[in-house]
Each structure stands twice: as C-alpha cells, then as structure tokens.
Ligand binder design. Sequence first.
Ligand code: SF4
Length: 129
Amino acid sequence: MATATPKADKEDPTTWTKYTSGSCNTCRATCCSMPIEIRWEDLVKLNFVTDDDLGKPLKTVVSRLKKENVITAYRPESGLFAFKQTSAGKCRYLKGNRCGIYKTRPLVCREFPIRMGWRHGYCPKTPIK
Ligand code: SF4
C-alpha cells in the first residue's frame, strides 16, 4: 500500500521536506509561487533597470518599476525589491513547472533553499501527480 505524501504548505516551513539535487525534477515548482525579493543587480540582469537609472533618485526608479508592474515595494532596510507576481500568484517567468530564465534567474532563486529561504535545506516540494 502506497503511503500518502504529506502536503507541503509553502507558508509553513515545518511541513517542508528535505531538499535533494533531484527534488525539482518531480516538483510543481511550488517555490516559484512564493513571494521573492530581488536585488538591484537582478533588475539589471533582467533588463528592468539600466546603468542610467543609477544616476536617478531611487524614489523615481521605484515609482516607475511599480507603475510598470515589475515590483510591489522597495524595502530600504534590506535594499531589496518585492518582485510582482502574476494574478495567479506565480512568478512571471514560470513556464509549466520550469523557470523560463534559468540562466539569468535572480540570486534568491539560485540560493533557495540551501542558503536562502525560511528553512535552509528544506523546500515546499509538491510532487507532480
Ligand atoms: S525567476 Fe525562475 S526560479 Fe525564480 S521564481 Fe521565477 S520561475 Fe522560479
């Protein structure tokens, strides 16, 4: 008799499972529907800001990025930008269960869940049925 896999709640790290190198291959990319905060360097890499923007007041750039639906907020305490999700609550770059910009994905996506995230070494894996 098969044992039912407990359902991971992305909001509750105590329900997460141990991450392994193959975890993503059979997951619905639950982590890509979690809110992410990205750096200025990530915005540059993704072509949302340019070197010219560095010479402008941060408030002006933040305001433009909000208007263009790129971010929802800027967090001065960390210097990070809250990346805007789609209306379905997912990352704009998620294609099926895969990242559509894997090679240029933001730092937080590269480091999760080993060095970044609420519970290092664990993730909210939801197996593909
Ligand atoms: S950039 Fe890629 S890895 Fe990061 S949340 Fe979006 S789809 Fe997922």
